[in-house]
Design a binder for this molecule. Structure first.
Ligand code: MTE
Length: 313
């Protein structure tokens, strides 16, 4: 069994309802006696018609530098199976609860220890030279996807603001709007969702700011209008619906690390040899792959690009 959740939730800061939702999710992957019933619900969920509300992105170039050999995950699966705790803890209902979510007007502020702070409107970002990159995506919960993202390298934005010598970290902050995301009123979570990187990690060519996927602008449930994608790290390191990028001298807070520091590290690189305290990371399940397991790759297969950032001491 890939997942070994404890029967008690004493080590979990996750709310009871979230915990039960996670158990239902595991069951739906075939773990537990109610697997057959849950599988029917899962099939019904994924048979719903494709969501195509967002307009296609007219111009972008394919960047094959980081190409992968795995087939793409079906778009409808990526659109209907989400982690976005601002809207729901149940992966299949995020799509429903986030429908209509909009940050309008949208501004991405890039500030902190920089020479030239920036405030970029959505039009500014969309007018940049956009590229498509197919990345493997790995969630800490041991499921995986393969997604064609469209966006811009994070390093290109950081170069524009000219970080000062004192800038050692890059902090990301997601939106905060209780009127659109009522779960943000729940004070057991440290809203808004925050994450961070060392500046060398943020400058790595793999670090990406996504505006779209599958050739369309992002849907709300996938982090519209702008999210961070870091393919060598677990998915929780990449915040959705980001409104602020700040260069700092000290290590910034991280949402899940703040909640459960022993379960979610700050670095959080994909590593089959480092189990999560409650389950193994040795294997992963592809979403839409009918429960097929395959070995997890160290750095999610991106060691060539990032291993030098983590020298063994
Ligand atoms: N960003 C915000 N703001 N809120 C979240 O709950 N969940 C993270 C990450 N970014 C999350 C977030 C986690 S745990 C994962 S696995 C990915 O988003 C899921 O992205 P997806 O729903 O597009 O697959």
């Amino acid at each position: 069994m890939v997942f070994r959740f404890q029967e008690t939730r004493d080590v979990s800061a996750t709310a009871e309802s979230d915990y039960q939702t996670r158990r239902r999710f595991l069951t739906s992957l075939g773990v537990g006696t109610a697997g057959a019933i849950a599988t029917v619900a899962t099939v019904r969920h994924w048979r719903q018609p494709p969501i195509t509300a967002q307009p296609p992105i007219e111009s972008f170039a394919r960047n094959n530098t980081f190409s992968v050999t795995r087939p793409l995950t079906k778009e409808n699966r990526v659109l209907r199976f989400n982690n976005f705790y601002e809207f729901a803890a149940d992966k299949r209902s995020v799509v429903r609860h986030s429908r209509g979510f909009r940050l309008d007007p949208y501004t991405l502020v890039v500030d902190g220890l920089v020479k030239r702070p920036l405030a970029l409107g959505l039009e500014d970002l969309q007018a940049m030279q956009l590229e498509e990159r197919v990345y493997r995506f790995r969630c800490v919960e041991a499921w995986a996807m393969t997604v064609p993202w469209v966006g811009i390298p994070l390093a290109s934005i950081l170069a524009r603001v000219e970080p000062t010598a004192g800038a050692k970290y890059v902090a990301f902050e997601s939106f905060f709007d209780v009127s659109q995301a009522p779960r943000q009123a729940d004070q057991q979570y440290p809203w808004p969702y925050r994450e961070g990187l060392r500046i060398e990690e943020a400058m790595n060519p793999l670090a990406f700011i996504a505006l779209g996927m599958y050739g369309r602008f992002l849907q709300p449930q996938n982090g519209a209008p702008v999210r961070i994608v870091l393919p060598w790290k677990y998915g929780f390191k990449g915040p959705k619906s980001v409104v602020n990028i700040t260069l700092t001298a000290t290590r910034p807070p991280s949402f899940w690390h703040t909640l459960q520091p022993l379960e979610y590290g700050f670095t959080a690189n994909v590593d089959p040899a480092v189990p999560h305290p409650r389950w193994s990371q040795s294997h992963e399940i592809e979403i839409g792959g009918w429960g097929r397991r395959r070995p997890t790759l160290k750095f999610n297969g991106y060691g060539e690009w990032v291993a030098h950032l983590y020298p063994r001491r």
